[in-house]
Design a binder for this molecule. Structure first.
Ligand code: KG4
Ligand code: ZN
Length: 392
């Protein structure tokens, strides 16, 4: 079975193709292609992701990214490149109506996709949410158009579930060799930390999710981004802060660890962010050393809360696997601190982490989530984007 994945929930336009072989009990996965086109540089000028700009860029990028993914996958049927049929006006009209709000995308599709034969795939998986509504809709409408054109079922995917599955993809997966999907035990607990989300998701069994904790205000990645902005460090702030923090002193500034001792598993990062803001405002000098120490002290405070709550939730819910996912899962301090604390307090619970290049948004994770959700195969006209889609 081959699945094409599409991801446009934020500022990456991504398309990937995977192939699943073997039995349902012992599946093997092969990555045929994994293309990510990032708009990061464009949004950096505005200090954050601008939804309508993201929509425009996705419209421009989707067809080239699709063609690259298909080419790399070698699943275009060369001997029958020209499409037969599709000459009917009625079909064009339907395609046009699916992409009514994306005229530029419709034009590119008409020229560079419609004339060619259907590639050898079995289903299309697309991020339905959560994310930025205008960005999500471009991807969903594109997926609907392809599903209609190619007569392939569509699988709507929760973006956060995609982030969870990155834990199962080995480091060298892009190399083209097939790999067995690692088995893990349930209940599994996943800390999902990204620019828009901070959630502790408990998986009692495969495909079932219960959110046991989440942020009440800012997401963890958002806090990193805002602290970086306060010091004029650029966007996205997470990687910049963590790089600076490596050479800073975590004990110079005593920032708060919001909700760290509370019974519940919810998070709050806005108080921490404000504490950093006031510290900076009251400083006489904000030189390179001060920036490093603020970065280190802030990162330590954020990581302490994330780690304490994750370990406590793992104990309370008797997790037999712990994982992390999302952009902030690239953070070295978070990975190392969580690993050490789990090893000390729950030594028998395996800790999975995603390969760093897969922590950011990509479509490989969406295609893989599609493989786990083949039961959700739907007709093109029933799939919708939902900016506030919840796990479980
Ligand atoms: O999952 P993601 O790529 O996009 C969303 O779905 O939001 O996450 C992006 C977030 C940004 O806030 C970025 O600053 C943060 O992940 N991030 C990091 C690191 N790398 C990326 N935060 C802390 N440390 C990092 N090394
Ligand atoms: Zn994400």
């Amino acid at each position: 079975m081959r699945i094409l994945g599409i991801e446009t929930s934020c500022d990456e336009t991504a398309i990937a193709v995977i192939e699943a072989t073997g039995t349902s009990r012992a599946p093997r996965i092969r990555v045929l292609s994994n293309v990510v086109s990032s708009q990061m540089k464009l949004h950096a000028k505005f200090g954050g992701v601008v939804p309508n700009l993201a929509k425009r860029e996705h419209q421009r990028n989707l067809v080239p990214v699709l063609l690259q993914a298909l080419r790399e996958s070698r699943i275009m049927k060369h001997e029958s490149r020209k499409r037969v049929g599709m000459s009917h006006d009625s079909q064009y009209k339907i395609l046009d109506s699916i992409l009514e709000r994306e005229p530029e995308l419709f034009a590119a599709m008409q020229k560079r996709v419609v004339p060619f034969a259907t590639p050898d795939i079995d289903a299309i998986a697309v991020t339905a949410g959560p994310g930025l509504a205008p960005a999500l809709w471009v991807g969903v409408n594109f997926a609907r158009a392809l599903s209609f054109l190619w007569k392939k079922p569509l699988i709507p995917i929760n973006h956060l579930e995609g982030h969870i599955y990155t834990n199962l993809i080995p480091k060298d997966a892009d190399g083209g060799a097939s790999f067995p999907l690692p088995r893990f035990r349930y209940p599994a607990l996943c800390l999902i930390v990204s620019g828009g989300h901070t959630e502790l998701a408990l998986m009692p069994r495969a495909g079932t999710y219960r959110i046991v904790g989440e942020t009440r205000d800012d997401a963890a990645g958002e806090a990193f981004d805002k602290v970086a902005k306060m010091m004029n460090l650029g966007f996205p702030g997470g990687p910049i802060i963590s790089r600076l923090a490596e050479r800073g002193n975590t004990r110079v500034y005593a920032f708060p660890r919001p909700m760290i001792r509370d019974e519940h598993f919810d998070f709050s990062f806005s108080g921490l962010k404000t504490a950093v803001l006031y510290t900076i405002r009251d400083m006489k000098k904000l030189g390179a050393k001060e920036k490093r120490d603020i970065a280190a002290s802030f990162e330590q405070a954020a990581v302490d809360v994330l780690v304490a709550k994750t370990v406590r939730a793992a104990k309370k819910f008797r997790a037999r696997t712990v994982m992390i996912g999302g952009g902030v899962a690239a953070n070295k301090k978070l990975r190392e601190t969580l690993r050490a604390k789990l090893a000390a307090e729950l030594p028998r619970v395996p800790f999975l982490v995603p390969h760093v290049p897969l922590t950011g948004d990509n479509a490989l994770m969406i295609a893989l989530a599609g493989f786990f959700n083949t039961k959700k195969k739907s007709a093109w006209n029933t799939v919708q984007a939902d900016a506030n889609l919840r796990l479980g």
